[in-house]
Design a protein around this ligand. Structure first.
Ligand code: FAD
Ligand code: NAP
Ligand code: SF4
Length: 683
């Protein structure tokens, strides 16, 4: 078969060994590392990705010593007795021609415990703990710890290690004046600041010999004030190569940077240009990374010579078979990572096990298993939103005969609305994926087929269905505010669906009632233009300087893109907490910052008094205030749409509810899809 991805699938010769293709599964902490019995599950997780064809896997970060742990019980490899559990992982992966490297990560001042150490005693803005400044003795013993850890990794069967030198962790902290104020031979000039990195590589190489992969993750863009200049980054890259690294991986942005680097609104492959620039400076293979999520994007990077390899992390949570599908020219069957962070990074930050919104089996390979059904049933699924779509596909995989009904003229439910929000274009991919899967599993779709109370049970019963799954989603919540009925009647008050789905024209002055996920999205829709296809404009908007005029590659404040507000928008909530507090931990700040850039006013603690033809009367802190607006848009949450349930019950047709039809409160697609697989396993 002629492959559509010749560069992606080309092997890479690294001298003492060969990598099967140009794709690395980037390092991800899953939470299984610290779970009791977690390594068996971790082995199954990595094995599924190796089976799926990825060339090289980098594990989640493991500290070389106690102080470098991310949290008090974070993972560490520094004792011989810890080797055995890692062997489970390496053995599982080596059933396939995939290599696996252990990531060595010392968190420095990002450690979430009181034993944190750093080059200087400077607290990070994202950890409550002030680190102590390392003594020279501590630095030297840390280097030895890295080397010993690498030796243990070799004993455990790993093919190499990745030394984490970016994202604002210890080695990166030493490399930059932002965090390194030392006056000894470990601070000052770039040669001194990079000494920890270089001595660590040399010490590791000395311990593990020549036939062992050493990847160094180099911060090519710090994206913080006090970050390194391009010249300093190049000096470090050359020294890393000379010290004995096999590959250099690209690191983008410190965790404390105020530039989004991986959320869904970041353009695809937004940072590969920096790896491309580095290719002129060193000769060892370079890996590029960040927001690469399709084989086409990856192939293009490699074909145009921007990098020698691509690293993708979350795309392998979304689909373990990414590479095999690409190799078989079945890219349209790939379950694409949509960059939402909802089940992966947001879970890790909440100290929960990582998984994936579009693939709940990720990290649950041994627990969520779809076995063939003993007694296949004929099942009607009503509603083709994420819950109904996912259930249909999972149930069909078990051998059930599934037919899917939706009143709309396309599949997708609310995702068809979500995909129209600027920066949420990736949601198209999930719908493309399900569209293909319905075909592959011969799931008959009945679109434009609204089931109504009067005839639903009779219709499905006479068609011979054994069971009904109600995935009919939600209805927008109805409010009781004085003047609301008149406002609705004269179109001064609109629902979010009228705005996003029905495209009702909205005036220049707007009040939005409700600042949940949908309130934020409506504000974005009415104020922002999508920049996902305009990399230069996106970089300028976030203050990134591609020409790298100063350290950290940031623009001066005055040069950052200015947005002329197209509307005057007020986003309101009743709670007195910070507006947007309930949004995702790793993405909420991006939404808030973007709305602030577009001069959206956010008001907490509002009570809604009256709607008049002049606007919305609110009370905040005991003071009444009239918001003179053209439109008031209601985004005040949702209620379950399960009107049909009783009819099926009365007709004796077994019915089960999933997604919004089951519980609307705090429902998101993650819960809807997870619930779908849990039911499909049982039915
Ligand atoms: P729905 O998606 O509502 O699907 C229900 C389906 O049932 C619809 O297709 C409807 O036509 C059909 N139906 C209803 N009644 C009948 C009937 N009588 N007969 C036949 N068919 C019927 N979630 C996230 O996780 N992350 C996000 O970033 C995100 N962003 C969002 C942005 C917006 C603007 C919106 C509106 C939602 C967003 N969501 C997001 C929420 C997410 O889309 C929902 O949680 C999810 O769609 C719920 O899935 P569901 O299948 O339960 O219901
Ligand atoms: P939501 O997040 O629950 O927000 C509802 C908003 O309405 C809140 O601001 C709430 O704040 C307000 N509200 C609730 N009851 C009200 C009432 N009776 N009168 C006035 N205001 C009221 O729900 P949503 O915005 O509709 O979103 C639906 C689901 O989609 C969410 O659960 C979310 O997970 C998901 N979603 C996620 C994203 C994402 O980016 N991850 C984006 C969009 C949607 P107060 O009670 O303080 O007023
Ligand atoms: Fe990608 Fe979202 Fe899945 Fe994370 S949860 S892997 S961001 S699709």
């Amino acid at each position: 078969m002629i492959t559509a991805y010749p560069n992606l699938l080309a092997p890479l010769d690294i001298g003492f060994t060969q990598l099967a293709n140009r794709v690395i599964m980037g390092s991800m902490h899953t939470g299984l590392e610290e779970e009791r019995g977690g390594f068996t599950k971790l082995a199954a997780f990595y094995q599924a990705r190796a089976k799926g064809g990825v060339g090289l896997i980098v594990t989640g970060g493991v500290s070389p010593n106690l102080r470098g742990r991310i949290a008090p019980f974070g993972s560490e490899l520094s004792h011989f007795w810890q080797v055995n559990k890692h062997k489970k992982v390496t053995k599982a992966v080596h059933q396939y021609p995939t290599k696996i490297c252990l990531q060595l990560l010392h968190t420095g001042r990002y450690a979430y415990h009181p034993f944190a150490v750093a080059p200087s005693k400077i607290k990070s803005p994202i950890s409550p703990f002030t680190p102590s400044a390392m003594s020279v003795r501590q630095i030297k013993s840390t280097i030895k710890d890295y080397a010993y850890s690498a030796r243990l990794a070799a004993k455990a069967g790993y093919d190499g290690v990745e030394i984490m030198g970016s994202e604002g962790y210890l080695i990166n902290q030493f490399a930059c004046i932002r965090t390194n104020k030392r006056a000894d031979e470990w601070g000052g000039s770039i040669e001194n600041r990079m000494r920890l990195a270089i001595d660590t590589i040399k010490a590791v190489r000395a311990k593990v010999g020549e036939q062992f992969i050493i990847i160094f993750r180099l911060s090519m863009l710090d994206l913080v004030e006090g970050g390194n200049s391009w010249q300093e980054v190049v000096t470090m890259a050359k020294a890393v190569e000379k010290a004995g690294a096999t590959l250099i991986n690209t690191g983008i942005g410190w965790h404390e940077a105020r530039v989004p680097t991986i959320v869904t609104s970041v353009p695809r492959a937004a940072f590969s240009w920096v790896t491309e620039r580095m290719k002129q400076e060193v000769s060892i293979p370079l890996i590029t990374t960040n927001r690469i999520n399709t084989p086409d994007v990856a192939e293009n990077i490699l074909a145009t010579g921007q990098a020698d390899m691509v690293s993708m992390a979350r795309p392998f949570l979304a689909d373990p078979d990414f590479i095999n599908k690409a190799a078989q020219n079945k890219a349209d069957e790939i379950n694409t990572c949509i960059g939402c962070n909802q089940a992966c990074l947001d879970h890790v930050f909440a100290q929960k096990r990582a998984s994936c919104l579009v693939n709940p089996m990720a990290c649950y390979e041994t627990e969520l298993v779809l076995e063939k059904a003993e007694h296949p049933k004929k099942i009607a699924v009503v509603g083709a939103g994420p819950a109904g779509l996912a259930f249909s596909v999972y149930a069909a995989q078990r051998g059930h005969r599934v037919e899917l009904f939706d009143k709309g003229n396309e599949i997708g439910g609310q995702f068809n609305v979500a995909k129209q929000i600027p920066g949420k274009e990736e949601f198209f991919e999930t719908l493309r994926y399900f569209d293909k899967q319905l075909d592959l599993h011969n799931i008959k779709r009945h679109l434009n087929s609204e089931l109504v109370i009067e005839s639903c049970a009779e219709k499905l019963k006479s068609a011979g269905f054994d069971e009904v799954i109600l995935a009919t989603g939600i209805k927008p919540r109805k409010l009781a505010i004085e003047g609301l009925a008149e406002g609705l009647a004269n179109n001064k008050v609109l629902s979010y669906l009228q705005v996003l789905r029905d495209k009702v024209e909205v005036g220049k002055r707007v009040a939005i009632i409700g600042a949940g996920g949908i309130g934020f999205d409506v504000a974005a829709y009415l104020s922002e233009k999508s920049l996902t296809n305009n990399l230069d404009a996106w970089l300028k908007n976030w203050g990134v300087d591609k020409s790298y005029q100063q350290g950290g590659a940031l623009l001066n404040k005055g040069e950052i893109g200015k947005n002329m507000p197209v509307r005057n928008i007020t986003l309101l909530q009743r709670k007195s907490s910070k507006v947007g507090k309930g949004l995702g931990k790793t993405s909420g700040w991006v939404h808030r910052a973007n709305l602030a850039k577009h001069a959206v006013t956010m008001v907490a603690g509002a009570s809604y008094k009256r709607i008049t033809d002049k606007g919305l009367l609110i009370e905040v802190d005991g003071k009444e205030q009239l918001l003179k607006v053209d439109h008031i848009i209601i985004c005040a949450g949702q209620e379950s749409n399960r009107d049909l349930q009783q009819e099926f019950v009365d007709a004796g047709l077994p019915v089960k509810l999933i997604g919004g039809a089951n519980i609307a409160a705090e429902l998101d697609a993650k819960r809807a899809i997870r619930q779908a697989i849990e039911l499909a396993i049982k039915i």
